[in-house]
Design a protein around this ligand. Structure first.
Ligand code: DP6
Length: 318
């Protein structure tokens, strides 16, 4: 049997960094994200083929990435037949643009359908989370909270939509500084931070309050409050990364130039707020009315600048 699914990446406003259980990808902190439109992963799963084969963006992959994908399918069915996975991203892979979030959300949905099983959105989120934590937030469109949960088996740790895509007409700009692969993978980085950063525990202790306040800001459509919380969560996460040993620094000079330009725009009365993940690219949250002006200002520093809106749920396509 075959099934094809698409999922959109999400960008965290309040960040996930650190795990309470590595093999289940149970997070040390809750997080809040916005699912994006335009960028997407499309994945075909053929359940029952001659052997396990993974094709990503037109090339066959035999590295650890393939192992990770097929081990993920084993979670769905330990007695599964060999499978073929064919996946395409229409945006840079593994560059801190959240490609693993859409990859595992699309894979979970396509594989569940192809295997003939039927899962609820919550069950799919729990499954996708085990492939990559942030994928738990990409089954749903719009504004999504991923609760850290407390159960050892992770059944209470999944993404839940708190507001649909049309709740609030914001834009997320993606300023691409580098489309190359990230220097330190998220899982390795999180393990290193937990073991070595003197700020890690403080990060964990202060994150839940950030999520609760950010949920209120989304509900009230308060861009200033949400933007300030997003920048604070971002800087705290990068402080934990940078104070890990050896240090993890994803920022490039151009990233900092964009951060300064965002501050300068704000000082001129244009509300916009920046965030960064495990890579040098910068994302900017702003209202729809200011998006073009901000993009044109930032394009003096780098390009392309993508202007994205809130995206929809992951879905099966025919
Ligand atoms: C910095 O979901 O890529 O983007 O669970 O190890 O696969 P794994 O990590 P991943 O981590 C994303 C971390 C982040 C922040 C975020 O998206 O919340």
């Amino acid at each position: 049997m075959k099934a094809r699914a698409i999922a959109h990446p999400n960008i965290a406003l309040i960040k996930y960094w650190g795990k309470r259980n590595i093999s289940l990808n149970l997070p040390a902190v809750s997080s809040l994200s916005l699912t994006l439109d335009q960028f997407q992963t499309e994945t075909l799963v053929e359940w029952g083929s001659e052997r396990d084969r993974l094709f990503l963006n037109g090339s066959e992959i035999q590295s650890n990435e393939a192992k990770r994908a097929f081990q993920f399918l084993d979670r769905l069915d330990p007695d599964r037949p060999p499978c073929r996975i064919v996946s395409h991203n229409n945006f840079p892979t593994a560059a801190g643009l959240a490609s693993s979030s859409s990859a595992f959300a699309a894979l979970a949905l396509a594989a569940s359908k192809a295997s003939g099983q039927s899962h609820t959105e919550t069950e799919l989120s729990i499954l996708a989370r085990q492939g990559s934590g942030s994928a738990a937030r990409s089954l749903s469109g719009g504004w999504v909270v991923w609760n850290r949960g407390i159960q050892p088996n992770g059944q209470d740790s999944y993404g839940r939509c708190i507001a649909p895509p049309d709740h609030w007409d914001v834009r997320m700009l993606v300023a691409v500084v580098s489309a190359g692969r990230k220097s330190v993978g998220s899982t390795q980085g999180m393990i290193r931070s937990k073991e070595t950063s003197p700020f890690y525990q403080n990060w964990v202790d202060t994150s839940e309050k950030d999520v609760q306040e950010a949920i209120q800001a989304v509900q009230k459509k308060d861009l200033h409050q949400l933007g300030a919380l997003m920048e604070h969560s971002t800087i705290k996460m990068h402080a934990v990364m940078m104070t890990s040993r050896p240090t993890i620094r994803y920022w490039k000079p151009q990233s900092l130039a964009i951060i300064e330009a965002v501050e300068a725009l704000r000082n001129r009365g244009i509300p916009c707020y920046q965030t960064m993940d495990a890579g040098p690219n910068v994302k900017i949250l702003c209202s729809a009315e200011h998006a073009e002006e901000i993009a044109s200002e930032l394009s003096r520093i780098t390009h392309p600048i993508h202007i994205l809106q809130a995206g929809s749920d992951a879905k099966i396509i025919h």
